[in-house]
Design a protein around this ligand. Structure first.
Ligand code: NAD
Ligand code: TYD
Length: 338
C-alpha cells in the first residue's frame, strides 16, 4: 500500500537510517522529514535521498504548532507518523534537563494534537528500553515491566510514552509504542559509546570508560531496529507496546576492547574516568512479543555488524571529520539556501 508518512527527527541517527530503509523498500511512499536540525541533526546523512521526487524536508521544531502544520500541509490529512525526534543523550540530560522536557514531552504532545487534528491513521512513537530503569545481574525487560526511569532523558521519554498511551485511551488515537535497546551503525553521532570509541581509537586519542566499564547494554544494529519499526507501523496492534532487542548483552569494556582489537590499537588507550551519576547498570530486552506477533527477527549478528560498523566509520572519514569540526551544520544553508 502506498502511504504518505511524516518522519520526525529524520536527520538524526536512527531517523536517517529509517529514511534510507523507506527509500529502498517503500519507494512509492511520499515521505516528509520534519527536523529542527539540532546539533544531532545532520542532513549530510540523507544526501542520497534528498533529490527524490516524493521526499520533502521541512525544517521545523516539534514544539512549535505552526512548524508542525507545515509538515502536515506537505503530507496531507490521513497520513501516518513515525516519531523519532528527541533529545537522546543521557549525559546531556544530566547537564541540563530542560531541552529534554520541552522536546521529548511538550514536543510529543504538540505532535499528538496535530496528528489528531489531521486524522493520522497510525502514529508510531519510538521510545527506549531505558524507561524501564536498570536491571540486576539477571532478568529481562518485558512490555509489562514497571516504568522506572532513572535519568532525565529516560524520565522525559517515559512521560512521552504516557502521553501517547493517554491519547490512545482518551481519544481512541491510533498510537503504537516501540521500546528498543541500544543501537549502533552508520550515521550515529560520535558522542555515543560506539562511534566515540571508534573515532578516538582511529586517532589514538584516549577512550573514556565510565566507572568499572562493566555496565551492560543490549546492542542492536540500527537496520534491524528500523525494520522492526516498519513492521510495527504496518502490522502492529493500535494501543500496544512492542519491545525491540537482539539478545546482544555486553559490558562496555568488552565493546571498547573489541573496537581496539579490530583497529589494531593498544588497550593502553583505555582511560577509566569518573562514573556517570546514576549510571544504569544493565539493560536487557525480551523481544518475544514482536517476534511472535509480527514475525520480526534481527537479521544482523553482532559479530558481523560491529566490524561492519567500524569499517563504515573508517570509510567515512570526511563525514566524521565534518561532524567533529562542526562543518556539517553548514550543509542546510548550502543546500536549501536559508
Ligand atoms: P539523535 O539524537 O541522533 O537524533 C534526533 C533527531 O531529532 C535529530 O535529527 C534532531 O535534529 C531532531 N530533533 C531534536 N529535537 C527536535 C525538535 N524539537 N523538533 C524537531 N526535531 C528535533 O537520536 P537517535 O539516536 O536517532 O534516536 C531517535 C529516537 O530513538 C529517539 O526518540 C530516541 O529516544 C530513540 N531511541 C534511541 C536509541 C539509540 O540507541 N540511539 C535506542 C532506543 C530508542
Ligand atoms: P551511551 O552510548 O551514551 O548510551 P546509553 O547511556 O543511552 O546506554 O552509553 C552506552 C554505555 O557506555 C553506557 O553504559 C555509558 C557508557 N559510556 C562510557 O563508558 N564512556 C563514554 O564516553 C560514553 C559516551 C558512554
Amino acid at each position: 500500500m502506498t502511504l504518505s508518512c511524516i518522519v520526525t527527527g529524520g536527520a538524526g541517527f536512527i531517523g536517517s537510517n529509517f529514511l534510507h530503509l523507506l527509500a529502498e523498500t517503500r519507494p512509492d511512499w511520499k515521505v516528509v522529514n520534519l527536523d529542527a536540525l539540532t546539533y544531532a541533526g545532520n542532513l549530510e546523512n540523507l544526501k542520497s535521498i534528498e533529490a527524490r521526487k516524493n521526499y520533502t524536508f521541512v525544517h521545523g521544531d516539534i514544539r512549535e504548532p505552526d512548524q508542525v502544520e507545515k509538515a502536515f500541509a506537505a503530507a496531507g490529512d490521513g497520513c501516518v507518523v513515525v516519531h523519532f525526534a528527541a533529545e537522546s543523550h543521557v549525559d546531556r540530560s544530566i547537564q541540563s534537563g530542560i531541552p529534554f522536557v520541552t522536546t521529548n514531552v511538550v514536543g510529543t504532545q504538540v505532535l499528538l494534537d496535530a496528528s489528531r487534528k489531521h486524522g493520522v491513521t497510525r502514529f508510531v512513537h519510538v521510545s527506549t528500553d531505558e524507561v524501564y530503569g536498570s536491571l540486576g545481574d539477571t532478568g529481562f525487560f518485558t512490555e509489562e515491566t514497571p516504568i522506572q526511569p532513572n535519568s532525565p532523558y529516560s524520565a522525559s521519554k517515559a512521560a512521552s510514552d504516557f502521553l501517547v498511551r493517554a491519547a490512545c485511551h482518551t481519544h481512541h488515537f491510533p498510537g503504537l509504542i516501540t521500546r528498543c535497546s541500544n543501537n549502533y551503525g552508520p550515521y550515529q553521532f560520535p558522542e555515543k559509546l560506539i562511534p566515540l570509541m571508534i573515532a578516538n581509537a582511529s586517532e589514538s586519542k584516549p577512550l573514556p570508560v565510565y566507572g568499572d566499564g562493566m555496565n551492560v547494554r543490549d546492542w542492536l544494529y540500527v537496520v534491524d531496529h528500523c525494520e522492526a519499526i516498519l513492521a510495527v507501523l504496518e502490522k502492529g496492534r493500535v494501543g500496544d507496546v512492542y519491545n525491540i532487542g537482539g539478545h546482544n548483552e555486553y559490558p562496555n569494556l568488552f565493546i571498547v576492547k573489541t573496537i581496539l582489537k579490530t583497529l589494531g590499537r593498544p588497550e593502553s588507550l583505555i582511560h577509566y574516568v569518573k562514573d556517570r551519576p546514576g549510571h544504569d547498570r544493565r539493560y536487557a530486552i525480551d523481544a518475544s512479543k514482536i517476534e511472535r506477533e509480527l514475525g520480526w527477527r534481527p537479521r544482523y549478528k553482532f559479530e558481523d555488524a560491529l566490524p561492519l560498523t567500524i569499517r563504515w566509520y573508517q570509510s567515512q572519514t570526511e563525514w566524521l571529520q565534518r561532524v567533529r569540526n562542526g562543518a556539517y551544520r553548514e550543509y542546510y544553508a548550502h543546500q536549501y539556501g536559508n
